[in-house]
Design a protein around this ligand. Structure first.
Ligand SMILES: *Cc1c(COP(=O)(O)O)cnc(C)c1O
Length: 400
């Protein structure tokens, strides 16, 4: 290990962050939207106009027929899982590197999350591992486009189609990411789910959207988000549902944010292109290279031994860079919520199979040693990007 060089001095200019106004695109348009809703006196989407307009705008942006707005990304995934209608004990194959919002909805429907191992360079579901896990009770595949990198949809879709099961895409981190054929993520499976939570590309505080081309899936998702109440035929409840409705206040903010989304992606991609050019090729460091396909929610680095994510992230943090090793403390199949705690009351129903270390070795290695994530933001200036690039090069030299 060598001593830090001049370029590794802490960056004085603070990095814009999703957690404050300096790193968000919230402005007059959102204020105007909230004001419009409050002046109207109607804050609820059942009778309001903003959330319905948001759904139309979301569907149009993605070239799909339907969008259903709900109260969170987790709620979007829950209405999607409910719509594909697993029976209790049915299995849904998903990724061990994600937010718990990917898994909670599966448990909530009394289905069983089955974790497939991931690609060692992207952390996205490995279609070969998914294919091995298909069984008589598999009801759906739920890939996550991790950090904004599109999952291998063509191959995942081929597996799903072979067995006649649905694909639900978790696009919470991947707004406007593109598959290799240029289409937007969220349009390659039965349902695509998005989040509007504070940490995401665009936000209304908390919110979610689910998109689909299927009238039947859209109907089921809307019913599930509104107490199973069809609204157009009196007060009766045709199916089990909860209240996952988005409020008009959130809808108005989300509409203004959605209009800014292409600009957010353009800025994040331009910054990523600059970063990649500045860093170049570093032995043992994998960086995503397809600037226009990726949504650049975070900037992920995957390190090969002897490089180690903890030491590398420490070096970045010393240089003032908002970086972390691992992304999660442990992959989801090792989370105490699945390895130990009861799911309901004292019961672990419907979980039968074991979870814990050894199930997904590639994911475990990535989270323990391979993965470093750096916060990314549409408000980064060239100076921010150059400081991050210099710090990556220095961290590489220091820890090689
Ligand atoms: C954020 C996130 C979710 C959950 O979204 P919320 O809006 O926080 O409920 C689900 N999956 C992934 C991959 C996420 O990043």
């Amino acid at each position: 290990m060598s001593y830090p060089t001049q370029s590794a001095q802490p960056v004085r200019e603070p990095f814009p962050s999703l957690m404050n106004a300096g790193g968000r695109t919230l402005g007059e348009e959102e204020i105007e939207g909230v004001t419009r809703v409050i002046r109207s006196g109607m804050l609820n989407a059942v009778w309001g106009t903003e959330v319905r307009a948001l759904e139309e705008e979301m569907a149009r942006l993605h070239g799909v027929r339907y969008a259903v707005a709900v109260s969170s990304g987790t709620a979007a995934l829950h209405v999607a899982v409910a719509a594909v209608a697993p029976d209790p004990g049915d299995e849904i194959i998903t990724s061990p590197i994600s937010d718990f919002g990917t898994v909670g909805p599966i448990l909530a429907q009394n289905a069983v999350p089955v974790f497939a191992d991931v690609d060692p360079l992207t952390g996205n579901l490995d279609p070969d591992r998914v294919a091995e896990l298909i069984g008589p009770r598999t009801r759906a595949i739920l890939p996550v486009h991790l950090f904004g990198a599109p999952a291998a949809m063509t191959r995942l879709r081929a597996v799903a189609d072979r067995y006649g099961i649905a694909v639900i895409e978790d696009c919470a981190q991947a707004w406007l990411a593109r598959y290799p054929d240029g289409r937007l993520v969220g349009t390659g499976g039965a349902i695509g789910c998005f989040s509007l939570q504070q940490w995401k590309h665009i936000t209304c505080g908390d919110g979610g959207l689910a998109i689909t081309d299927s009238a039947e899936l859209a109907r089921r998702m809307r019913l599930f988000s509104d107490k199973g109440w069809p609204r157009d035929t009196g007060r009766h409840h045709v199916s089990f549902g909860l209240n996952y409705r988005m409020s008009e206040l959130c809808g108005a903010v989300a509409r203004a944010q959605l209009a800014k989304l292409p600009g957010v992606l353009a800025a994040r991609r331009a910054a990523a292109a600059r970063l990649l050019a500045a860093v170049g090729e570093l032995p043992g460091v994998h960086l995503a290279r397809d600037v226009e396909a990726h949504a650049w929610w975070l900037l992920p680095l995957v390190l090969r031994p002897p490089l180690d994510s903890a030491a590398f992230a420490r070096a970045l943090v010393r240089a003032g860079i908002p970086a972390r090793a691992g992304y999660l403390d442990e992959p989801l199949h090792c989370a105490p919520a699945l390895t130990g705690a009861p799911v309901y009351g004292e019961s672990r129903y419907p979980l039968t199979s074991g979870y814990g270390p050894g199930l997904c070795p590639v994911a475990e290695e990535l989270v323990a040693n391979g993965l470093v994530v750096i916060d990314w933001n549409e408000r980064y200036t060239d100076r921010h990007v150059d400081a991050i690039a210099a710090a990556i090069v220095d961290a590489h030299r220091e820890t090689s």
